[in-house]
Design a protein around this ligand. Sequence first.
Ligand code: ASP
Ligand code: MG
Length: 406
Amino acid sequence: MGLYVQKYGGTSVADLERIQDVAKRVSSYFQNGDDVVVILSAMAGVTDNLIDMAKTISDSPDKRELDVLLATGEQTTAALLALTLRSMGYPAMSLLGFQAEVITDCHFGNARILEVGAQRIRDFLKKRTIVVVAGFQGCDPRGNITTLGRGGSDTSAVAIAAALEADICEIYTDVDGIYTADPNVCEKARKIESISYDEMLNMASLGAKVLQIRSVGFAKKFNVPIHVRSSFSEEEGTMVVSEEPAMESLVVSAVTHDKDQARITLKKVPDQPGIAAKIFSPISEGGIVVDMIIQNTRSGGQTDLTFTVPKADFKRALEIEKGVAVDIGAEDVFGDEDIAKVSVIGVGMRNHSGVASLMFNPLAKENINIIMISTSEIRISCIVEEKYTELAVRVLHNSFGLDRED
Ligand code: ASP
Ligand code: MG
């Protein structure tokens, strides 16, 4: 007998029929003697519709009121599931975020969870009641309703699982787990049985489609095992857990790609103290996140500096740097949007030398030029021309022995 926290995403609660299916699954655990806390998303598409509606009224809707509006999506599904469970004869109660004491900061639209009280959840569980909690929402210390950013009900689920010290947090979604590469790009991709928190965090570009990445940070901090699985089958999915020795038997666990990258180069920058600060401060003040940075040395007291930003911020970043270039006396600024980042990730890299050459040789054989490289303890990323993304993923997936054998 255990305590299960189960989160169901938007497609799993898309209509009353699917909510019935969720109720059946939840009740089967309950009948088995387990305690179940269910965290729900809004029905698929509802959050988008609510945002559209608000934007019809105003181009930049008031953030506090927008959160009051968006939270209704999850309020609806929570009540519908509790009603469904009750109609089947099970004791069930729904709670909104504030009733479950999900306390957040005041950052409307993208609030962070500060703490989870969960006292009422515990009280209900003691009475053998199934508790259904509206995900994606909390309240700030002054009682204002907040939401946790898109996909935030994953984080609600993990935070509540941590507060309750649940045995497991199951994330039910419309895919059957995490794959060694995007199956749409690499048909030999395999489902991963278990993966470490750190690998998952590094897999943001693959994993974020499945889990809100903030939830993984939370799970790591509080050591909550996550089981990502499909709500449309009984099959086991992927476990996201703390690192186990067996995980090191593979050098690389996954190959990811990210086309949402653009690069900016400043040419012939004076090589002096304070220059990097002048280049990057205005970028971060503009709320733009810089990913990779490389600086070359040239003779003659000048360097070239290249960095990457999300595509959506490219034009703005380029404009900012044009101003900076004049200011610091750089010769030229230019950029490129047709690039992609391909990465290999694995905790096994820590104990294997020569992983870099294992990565570069297969790319060279395909004549794929590497534009930038960055490494961390468990990841190597290369920037390549965007048109080579798929080829690079497939080649690396094969060379690191990840291909599925059929
Ligand atoms: N309903 C919210 C969204 O669409 C939260 C979630 O689904 O996790 O982003
Ligand atoms: Mg979601």
